[in-house]
Design a protein around this ligand. Structure first.
Ligand code: FE2
Length: 203
């Protein structure tokens, strides 16, 4: 008897760089706080769509073109994206995977980011800047969930579950294919969870 696993959903996790991450993250965090203070339109956008938190998704969503520090992040992310593309066995046919969007997410206590995917993108991901103990991870949904119909639930200890929450750690990057639905559950702790999310597209 043989049982094969078909159509795997691959998710990438890695440390952004070998050393110097504390200094780099401190600089990124200072910039994030400054942009939040300056970005009146973004704060207004967040009031309606990201209650209690701040995201620059609706205002400054190409941070890698605005800030040399975020441009540095882009350069460092590029090699992770290429490694992930290799793991996905993409045939890029000489075309480039390029960052199209990059935005700030700041989540104080109680802030949540509901289930969503990233349309018009190939690879998406998040780089974590601040992840105090107790902040939520990244919750990923099995992409086959809407076809399960009469499938029974799986045992509690089973490897295959309809949702998987990956822990998030400052200094690390998570990458996933942009069609994979995900969410950030409400932050239960007093400390702020801060990250930078981004999309890459295939040109
Ligand atoms: Fe997302």
């Amino acid at each position: 008897m043989t049982v094969v696993s078909l159509f795997p959903t691959r998710v990438y996790a890695g440390r952004l760089q070998g050393s110097g991450v504390t200094t780099f993250n401190a600089r990124m965090l200072r910039e994030c706080a400054q942009y939040r203070a300056d970005d009146v339109a973004g704060r207004a956008w967040s009031r309606d769509r990201y209650p209690g938190g701040y995201t620059s998704y609706g205002s400054l969503n190409r941070m890698h073109t605005l800030s040399p520090t975020f441009a540095q992040l882009e350069r460092r992310l590029n090699r992770h994206v290429l490694a992930y593309a290799r793991a996905l066995e993409f045939d890029l046919d000489g075309r480039q995977l390029s960052m199209t969007d990059c935005w700030i997410n700041m989540m104080p206590r109680g802030v949540t980011h509901g289930l969503h995917l990233h349309p018009l993108a190939t690879i998406s991901g998040t780089y974590y800047l601040r992840t105090p103990r107790g902040v939520p991870g990244l919750k990923l949904e099995d992409p086959r969930l809407d076809r399960y119909m009469a499938a029974p639930p799986r045992r509690a200890e089973a490897e295959q579950q309809p949702w998987v929450t990956l822990p998030v750690v400052a200094g690390t990057v998570l990458l996933f294919e942009s069609w994979l639905r995900h969410e950030v559950p409400p932050n239960p702790v007093a400390s702020e969870r801060v990250s930078v999310s981004f999309n890459y597209n295939w040109f």
